[in-house]
Design a protein around this ligand. Sequence first.
Ligand code: FES
Length: 140
Amino acid sequence: MSARPAASRRTVLKGAALTPVAGLGLSACGGGGDDRAAPLSGPVELGPESEVAEGGAKLYRDHNVVVSRSGDGTLKAYDTLCTHAGCPINKLDGTRLICPCHGSEFDVTTGKVLREPAVAPLKPLAVEVKNGTLVARPQA
Ligand code: FES
């Protein structure tokens, strides 16, 4: 019985070493269905309001939220799960959001589709500033 625990430990360690690799594979794919990111379910603090310049935008990948600010200072926020097949969108070029899965593009000042295959606009979120911090939440 003294030799068996060592073999078991090796088996466990081998399994643990493989698990993150399998997890990364699923995350990198992004379009499989079960591994999709969930939409925002409640309020979330994004960061300092000053991070979003007038006429610019900032992508908060960890929360799947993008915030833009118009020239007059108006803030808008959108869910960044692609409306085509649900991929988390991870690239922002100016105010253009680009989906890595099939190349759809969205205008983050309006949520509108700039390039198919997506046809539905981004889902709008509510956004406000609390004590200098941007807070996004699902729209009521
Ligand atoms: Fe974004 Fe297909 S999931 S373009």
